[in-house]
Design a protein around this ligand. Sequence first.
Ligand SMILES: Cc1cc2nc3c(=O)[nH]c(=O)nc-3n(C[C@H](O)[C@H](O)[C@H](O)COP(=O)(O)OP(=O)(O)OC[C@H]3O[C@@H](n4cnc5c(N)ncnc54)[C@H](O)[C@@H]3O)c2cc1C
Length: 427
Amino acid sequence: MAQKFRIVIVGGGVAGLALATRLGNSVGRAGRAEITLVDKSFAHVWKPMLHCFAAGTAANENDRISFMSQASRHHFEFWPGEITAVDRSAKTLALAPIRDPANGELVVDARTLEYDALVLCIGSRANDFGTPGVAEHCMFIDNLVDANGFNDRFRMELLRAFANHQALDIAIVGGGATGTQLAAELHKALDIASLYSFGEKPPKLRITLLEAGPRILPAFPEAVSDAAVRQLEAIGVSVRTSAMVSGADENGFVLKDGSRVPATLRVWAAGVKAPDVTSHFGGLKLSRSGQLEVRPTLQVMEDDNVFAMGDCAFIAEKPVAPTAQAARQQAHHLARYLPQWMNGKPLPAFTFRNKGAVVALGDYNGWGTFPGGTVFGGGWLHGLSARMVHLMLYRQHQFELYGPVRGTISCLVDWLDVFVRPSVRLD
Ligand SMILES: Cc1cc2nc3c(=O)[nH]c(=O)nc-3n(C[C@H](O)[C@H](O)[C@H](O)COP(=O)(O)OP(=O)(O)OC[C@H]3O[C@@H](n4cnc5c(N)ncnc54)[C@H](O)[C@@H]3O)c2cc1C
């Protein structure tokens, strides 16, 4: 029997899981291609929710999608594994050995997978730009492990602050969507936790948001940045713009002007760079942030059979910001055109369609922008419309992956859960 066309997708994030599911449902189901998804973890999470997992305001048991279960329902295969290299002449990729996290014992040897088409979508992480002390003394919110690790520390430090009648100082570097939303979400977590514990005197949270640029939320109109600062200050977050961090240690951050920002918990949520492994992908051209440079067709510069999309890709001719919106659109583009390309038809160029952006500051406020720059949200409804849109984007993603029936059941389960469990993680 002739070998089927093999498409290997590495990274089951916003872009990769949408692509694997759509291709599985089309060419996988029809038996025209063998689709394999590889990811270093076993479950998918919607990355724009990571700050909620870090604060404990979302229960990630309900929000994880198992790759194996998704694969079995949508006609693709899943292999757990971390990509370490690509050999483009042999059309193979190397996966690191898998070890038992509990004791380091070898579970699966290093492996090699063969491909006819390879799609790389391994996302990004925050960029500390080599700032001294950051790697050693700061926490990151780049994946579920980081977010859960932060939440463990956050709950312990809150308990310590409560027991010792002290305030808890947290400093967050990066006034983009991640840092700004995290600052508000941590306050929301304490507000909810105080309903269950801490008696009449909950610990005081002193959060400082540090941004090197002249304003926070630079991707939004200035009116939104100003309103967000007012909202954050109203809940007690201190916002410092034009504050360039020059170092970090176990006591806090040092700023370029020599001043210090003391903090028990230090979070680095600034900058974006691709995972370091992109430099082992057979000499593919990289951007300054290590992203794989691609043509408008999402093929890498040097190889027609290797594609990159989402945060780890850089469209040299017409760059787009690394967002979930762009990652999804790129996945939809490849899901639509790869099957034709397999039959020898040329690939059309990807065009990004900006549908606006939304930012939600916990339950306190939220704003959105339409493509023309019109702002909605804010006001006396506390940005309810924007917060609803923010939630709807997540539900849309869930429905895409689960389908309408399981998507609806998943929503109902989440809503019913509110009557059973506290709406913040307490254990
Ligand atoms: C806290 C936070 C809030 C955000 N809010 C928004 C928002 O409101 N709106 C918006 O549009 N965007 C938002 N973003 C950005 C958005 O999440 C990303 O742009 C989007 O997730 C990119 O999708 P992706 O598929 O490229 O990567 P990801 O979704 O990050 O997926 C990458 C996948 O690759 C896997 N992987 C990584 N390295 C390897 C390896 N070596 N081998 C195998 N697998 C690997 C990972 O496990 C992961 O599953 C936010 C990001 C964060 C961190």
